[in-house]
Structures are given as C-alpha cells and as structure tokens.
Design a protein around this ligand. Structure first.
Ligand SMILES: Cc1cc2nc3c(=O)[nH]c(=O)nc-3n(C[C@H](O)[C@H](O)[C@H](O)COP(=O)(O)OP(=O)(O)OC[C@H]3O[C@@H](n4cnc5c(N)ncnc54)[C@H](O)[C@@H]3O)c2cc1C
Length: 476
C-alpha cells in the first residue's frame, strides 16, 4: 500500500490497524475538548463544591452551558474554521445537541432542588416557590421558559403553520435573547455566578463571541455576498416537476468548488433577505463560466421558479458540503445512488468523473416516482456510451410503459435503457458492485429522507461500512 493510500490528507483519514479516525471522529474529538475548557478553567481557579452530588451537577452544568454557546458556531456556516467546516456534520450536531440541551436545562432547576426533595417535600416546595419568585432568578426563569418554547418550536418546525423563513428569524432572535438572559443568570447566581469574577469573564467572552457571530452572519457576510452577485443565464423546466437553473458570476469573480458541494441561493434581490435555499451544484468542478442547479418543486419557493427571469440577480453563499470525489480516491469502483432531487450532486460527480476519464467501474442508480420525473436522461445515456465503464440503472416506483420510455427518450430510436420497477433495493445495489468488492467500493447517496434511511440499511446489510458511504441530505 502506498503512502498516499495510508495517509489521505484531503479526507483527513488515518488508518491504524482496523481503527479508522475519520474527519468526523476528529471533529467530535475537537468538539468534546472544546466543551471541557471552561470546566478545566474552573478547576484550575480552585472552584469548590459541597459534596459529590453538587460537584457532578456543577461539572455537567458547566459543560452544558459551554455546549449551549457552541451551538452558535455549529449553525454558523463557518467553512474557514476546520472544526466547524463540515456543515452537514455541524448542522446535524446542532439539531441533536439542541434537543439534549433543551431537556437538560428543562430539568436543571429540579436537579438543583433534588437533594431537598429527598429530605423533605416541604423544604423542596418552599425552595421551588422562592426559585420562581426571587427577583435575582428572574433572568434565569425567563430564559428557562423561552428555551422550552424555542426548543419545542425547533423540534416541531415542520408541523408549524409558519413559513420556514419566519421560523428561522424567530429561532435566531429568540436564541439571541435566551443567550443574553442565560449569561446574566449564570454570572450572577448559583455556585458558578458567585465563584470568581475572572471566571465570569469566560462566560462573557463566550457570549460576545456568539453575538459577534450573529452580527457577522446576518450583517457583515451578506455585505460581502452582495458585492459579488451572479446573474441568471437560463431557467428551464426539465421534467414534470424539476427545473434547471444556470447562473454566472456578474463581476467575473472566481467561485471555486468541488463536484458534489452545494450553495445557498437567494433570488430576493437583497443579500440580507433570509429567503435563501440550499441547492447542490450540478455542474462539474471549476466550470467557472456557469453554475447549474437542478431544482425540484417541493414547496412555496421551489414551486414559483417560473417567476425567475434571465438576467435576474442571484446572491450565492457557498460552496459548502463535504461530499466530493476526494472521498473515493482509493476506491476500486463507485456507485452513485440518487432519489428525486438527489440527482443534482450525482450529476456533478459523474460529469467530473467523465471529465477526468476515470477508468474505474462507475454505476448510477437513479430512482423516481415515474419516468417523467427523470432528468438529464439524454446526457446520462450519452455518458454510458462515451465513458470507459459507466452503467445507468433507472428505478421507477410506478409501472413503466413503452410510451413513457419513448416520451422520456426523445432522441430518435429508443436505446436499451435498464429500467427496474419498485424502490432502490438490496439486489439493485449488490448488482452495481463488482462481485466480492464490497469493501473496496465507495457509495454516494442523496435523496429524500425515507429513501436515504432505507438505502443506508441495505448498504449495512451488504457489508458496506459507513466510512465507504458519502451522503448529502436534502433537508437541515
Ligand atoms: C444541502 C442541501 C442540498 C439540497 N440540494 C437540492 C437540490 O440540488 N435540488 C433540490 O431540488 N433541492 C435541494 N435541496 C432541498 C431544497 O433546499 C428545499 O427543497 C427547498 O429549500 C424547499 O424550499 P420551499 O420554499 O420550496 O419549500 P418549503 O415548503 O418552504 O420547505 C420544505 C422544507 O425544506 C426545508 N427548507 C426550506 N427552506 C430551507 C432553507 N432555506 N434552508 C434549509 N432548509 C430549507 C425545510 O425543512 C422545509 O420544511 C437541498 C437541501 C439541502 C439541505
């Protein structure tokens, strides 16, 4: 095995025997180390607790409060900071940890009073009432109630009857207020607040950092983005429910990206507007002249793409995302699996592989409800004929009729398309990988959540490890 196989700096993956330290493991490790810093600072300043229970609770509260502040960079689209640059990882952690933190802070007052509850219920209820009514605890009480409401709003955001942008604005402003109140609380009351003025400086520094990050993301960054606009060069309907949008830099600015990445697009006319949507870049790497996107009609914005016009300004925040061909540089073959709108990053990867004349076996399993929803079919068939070893397999949920095939393939004679009926299943994936090479292939996956979940299970059953699977989710 060559040195470049053992240490692949691009994917930051280390192999030690059977131990594989991936970039995600490194990020988790870095994140945990970050959370311990205030705890270490408190210990080194000689913080003393009364008894084991309050020591453990004190340590957990310190770590949870730090994790609460670190929620800001996790959601902050900070691609220049290595720890937070993998946005898929960061956003997934932000969502999951937000729920745990919400639960912890919800039970936080009860945990403080638990020892009293053990001794006497009267003591407990008297302390609980004074907790609710003490003026110095008002900031904590309001933060506690707001936190509960805002975490529930985040968990059930898809069930709320408000627009995504309204929810996002409420989320940002609400957590800005909660952070202010929580910082006032933690620096004024309890064992931490009354411990040491220098230690309170740690909380105020974390608070300032969180607020500055909001100012950067919502005021400074849009200013930069506004100075580098793009313009629409084409907008075409390419299936019964998909559009192809093509844009180019209006100021000849460089926009370097890797095939498989995505960007937030904003067509509102102002870079400060919160109406911006993430879409995968479908064009190949470094196609500097144009960026193209394949967009499925799924909601308010995506169903009104017909209103966009050629020449219109688009603001682009990106590129983001860690899915790239570097992840499969040592694989002996590649299977791309796309469902619906998930075809966009797969087309980008495939175009890039074709440009590089990649000689490895490459398979694309492309699933949709029906054939009319398939996009770029002519191009995919042409690639099947021109690429060294590429095969396309279409999977349709609905029954396929010859008239549908003729309608989709408009280029004269119907070619021998490989079309299966049903859902992407174990036999489809297994047939795409050369026999006995499950451990050596890379799989790229993108599609609706239900399809991603089912396909991930099939991949596990086929003995394909999570390190071999690279995916992009179509929702945050
Ligand atoms: C990394 C990534 C890449 C994507 N790539 C593509 C692609 O190439 N092609 C494609 O058709 N779709 C893609 N999507 C999905 C696309 O972003 C949503 O379909 C679109 O934003 C929905 O907006 P809407 O107003 O039409 O629908 P709505 O009904 O408003 O939203 C439907 C759901 O989409 C999500 N959503 C809406 N707005 C945003 C936003 N600004 N940021 C994050 N999530 C949002 C929310 O979960 C919401 O519940 C991608 C999503 C992500 C996260």
């Amino acid at each position: 095995m060559s040195i470049s196989n053992i240490i692949n700096l691009k994917t930051i993956m280390f192999r030690v025997g059977t131990l594989r330290l991936t970039r995600k493991h490194a990020a988790t490790f870095g994140y945990c180390a970050l959370l311990l810093l205030p705890f270490i600072a408190a210990e080194s300043l000689g913080m003393v607790y009364e008894g084991l229970y309050s020591s453990v609770l004190g340590a957990i509260t310190l770590i949870a409060m730090t994790a609460f502040f670190v929620q800001f960079p996790l959601a902050g689209r900070l691609k220049a900071v290595p720890l937070f640059s993998n946005i898929d990882w960061s956003v997934a952690k932000h969502k999951r940890l937000g729920q745990y933190l919400g639960l912890f802070f919800f039970v936080h007052p009860l945990l403080i009073l638990a020892p009293k509850m053990m001794m006497s219920f009267d003591d407990f209820s008297a302390s609980f009432i004074s907790m609710l009514t003490a003026p110095q605890l008002l900031t904590g009480l309001i933060a506690w109630l707001m936190m509960l409401a805002w975490v529930l709003m985040a968990i059930y955001k898809d069930k709320l009857t408000i627009r995504y942008e309204t929810w996002r604005l409420l989320h940002i402003v609400g957590f800005g207020v909660i952070t202010t109140l929580a910082t006032l609380h933690v620096t004024t009351v309890g064992s931490h607040g009354q411990f040491n003025a220098h230690f309170n400086g740690v909380w105020w520094a974390l608070y300032m950092f969180s607020i500055l990050l909001l100012v950067y993301n919502y005021l400074i960054k849009p200013r930069k983005i506004q100075r580098q606009p793009f313009a629409i060069t084409a907008i075409n309907k390419i299936s019964t429910c998909d559009w192809q949008l093509t844009i180019k830099p209006a100021m000849q600015q460089r926009f370097a990206y890797e095939a498989g990445q995505f960007a937030w697009l904003n067509t509102s006319g102002s870079a400060y507007n919160l109406e911006q949507h993430p879409f995968s870049i479908a064009s190949e790497h470094n196609d500097q002249a144009h960026l193209s996107f394949i967009i499925r009609e799924l909601g308010d914005y995506t169903s009104s793409l017909a209103q966009l016009s050629v020449g219109q300004t688009v603001f682009v925040d990106g590129p983001y995302g860690s899915m790239s061909l570097a992840q499969s540089s040592t694989a002996s073959g590649i299977t791309l699996i796309a469902g619906g709108a998930g075809i966009a990053p797969m087309v980008s990867l495939l175009r890039e592989l074709a440009k590089r004349n990649d000689a490895r076996p490459i398979r694309l399993i492309y699933a949709n409800k029906n054939l009319q929803r398939m996009v770029c079919i002519d191009e995919l068939i042409a690639l099947e004929q021109s690429m060294h070893n590429f095969k396309l397999q279409l999977v349709c949920e609905q029954v396929i009729e010859q008239k549908d095939v003729n309608q989709v393939y408009r280029n004269g004679d119907t070619p021998p398309l490989d079309i299966q009926q049903g859902y992407v299943d174990k036999p489809h994936i297994s047939a795409s990988i050369s026999a006995g090479q499950q451990q050596d292939w890379s799989v790229y996956l993108c599609g609706p959540e239900a399809m991603m979940t089912a396909t991930s299970k099939h991949l596990t059953h086929l003995g394909i490890s999570s390190g071999q699977v690279h995916f992009e989710q179509l929702a945050f």
